[in-house]
Design a binder for this molecule. Structure first.
Ligand SMILES: NC(=O)c1ccc[n+]([C@@H]2O[C@H](COP(=O)([O-])OP(=O)(O)OC[C@H]3O[C@@H](n4cnc5c(N)ncnc54)[C@H](O)[C@@H]3O)[C@@H](O)[C@H]2O)c1
Length: 436
């Protein structure tokens, strides 16, 4: 196999973050702490993960970051937008994820990051409103202001390359309409202020127009529309989404493939959460929750394939709820009750109680996505990056293709993509050669 040409990761990589809330500030503070050797980048595949190459007997298992040319954490610079003018330090204090002593250790770096005014409309995030917003007669004018922010950031930060990861709030549920169907229709809609164009789409449009890769960390439609896929391909920008796969859904996509592998049946899966951060407050509003619910519900159907296994999965109940409970802050608690059945149909139960920290789980995903999208761009990849499904609850795929939700298939796909890029043999796990 021949290796792909990958341009070197020279200079700084600018990470652009619409939304400077809990996840973004936990990412930025974490990167600064790791740079100072005050903490470790736990949970990041790009920093800690390894990749096996060749045969098991070859003993070649380099770190992923030594195998593919990724931007170094020391080369990252950050820019962000938010509807509140708080600096990264102030916002991190409000989010309450990291200890004050830890934030104070990198305070000057965090104080230096002040967000640009947001392209925002409370009609799309009903529980939220803020003063730090852009004004413009049309949605196109707002998108152009975002592009101007980006172009101003480039020389100021010294970034030679850029990526954008949406870390803003979850927007109201939107269905794809005619305005999303082509780039021409979308651009007409920008000029006509079409209500089906949400603020997150303005950031994505601005990034893609400039050839900047875009990842969507929320379940919003955003880049998952033909118009922006068309733009991504035309401008040579990689895109991926949607919705970071962190707490309960991460567990679901770890457990469900195991049950299915053993041909154990499922009567029902009841999932509930309590969460007290701003994200929890936004998701307490039905139209934002609807967007999240679609994203959370889809995974089981795809993993279990009730069409192929009606006797095991033909009739299971799947319920998901999120309750806003302020005392818990970012420390979400998720409960799962799983009613399974085994040999001869005998019922059993599995209970999961995950006391997690939402932003601690999400921050390394933003880091990995930024580094992998930058790699993809330098390797000449563009459009939908299905190999990054590993990071998402609702992976974006080609039209008509169902997404892979099984975490282990997703990881294999990711690593085989890296092997493919470097001209290494893909690993099939066949392994007959060891017994020849
Ligand atoms: N933390 C997780 O585990 C996790 C998992 C999956 C998805 N997500 C999603 O990631 C996103 C960020 O989560 P969070 O916990 O940081 O939420 P957060 O509420 O702390 O931060 C979101 C920030 O986005 C800002 N914002 C909203 N609309 C904006 C706009 N149009 N432009 C600029 N800024 C805007 C808000 O003011 C807020 O500061 C949410 O959509 C959430 O659903 C988080």
């Amino acid at each position: 196999m021949t290796a792909a040409h990958i341009a070197p990761a020279e200079g700084r990589l600018g990470v652009l973050l619409p939304g400077l809330g809990a996840v973004s500030t936990t990412l930025i503070a974490g990167v600064e702490l790791v740079r100072k050797d005050l903490a470790k980048p736990i949970g990041s595949l790009t920093q800690l993960g390894t990749i096996r190459l060749g045969k098991r007997t070859d003993n070649r298992t380099p770190l992923i970051r030594d195998f593919v040319p990724l931007a170094a954490m020391t080369d990252l610079v950050f820019g962000a937008w938010d509807i509140f003018p708080d600096t990264c330090y102030q916002s991190a204090r409000k989010a309450g994820v990291l200890a004050v002593a830890q934030l104070d250790a990198v305070r000057s770096e965090l104080d230096a990051i002040a967000p640009w005014p947001a392209a925002f409309d409370p009609a799309y995030v009903k529980r939220l409103d803020g003063p730090h917003v852009k004004r413009g007669a049309t949605k196109l004018a707002l998108a152009e202001q975002i592009m101007a922010d980006i172009e101003g950031f480039r020389p100021r930060s010294g970034a030679s390359r850029l990526v954008m990861v949406w870390c803003g709030s979850t927007e109201s549920f939107l269905r794809p309409t005619a305005v999303h169907a082509s780039l021409a229709a979308f651009e007409a809609g920008l000029r006509a202020n079409d209500p089906a164009i949400a603020p997150s789409m303005l950031y994505a449009y601005a990034a893609l127009q400039l050839g900047i890769p875009f990842a969507n960390g929320a379940p919003n439609l955003t880049v998952d529309i033909p118009a922006l896929v068309e733009l991504a391909n035309a401008r040579g920008a990689p895109i991926c989404g949607k919705d970071f796969k962190t707490g309960q859904t991460l567990m679901k996509t770890i457990i469900a493939p195991g049950l299915k592998s053993r041909m154990l049946g499922l009567h029902g899966w009841f999932s509930t959460n309590i969460l007290g951060n701003r994200d929890g407050e936004v998701l307490d509003e039905p139209s934002s929750f609807r967007t999240k619910e679609e994203s959370k519900l889809s995974v089981l159907d795809v993993i279990l394939r009730q069409d192929l296994h009606p006797e095991l999965y033909g009739d299971y109940a799947h319920r998901v709820s999120i309750h806003y409970y302020p005392p818990r802050g970012d420390n979400k608690e998720g409960w799962d009750n799983i009613d399974v059945f085994g040999w001869l149909g005998y019922p059993m139960q599995i209970k999961i109680n995950f006391l997690c920290r939402d932003s601690i789980l999400a921050a390394p995903l933003v880091l990995d996505l930024a580094l992998f999208l930058d790699l993809a761009k330098r390797a000449g990849m563009h459009g939908v990056q299905e190999w990054l499904s590993f990071y998402f609850k609702s992976p974006q795929t080609a039209p008509g293709l169902y997404p892979e939700h099984d975490l282990f298939i997703q990881l294999m796909k990711l690593k085989n993509t890296l092997r493919h890029l470097r001209g290494e043999e893909l690993i099939t796990h066949l392994g007959l050669e060891y017994y020849d």
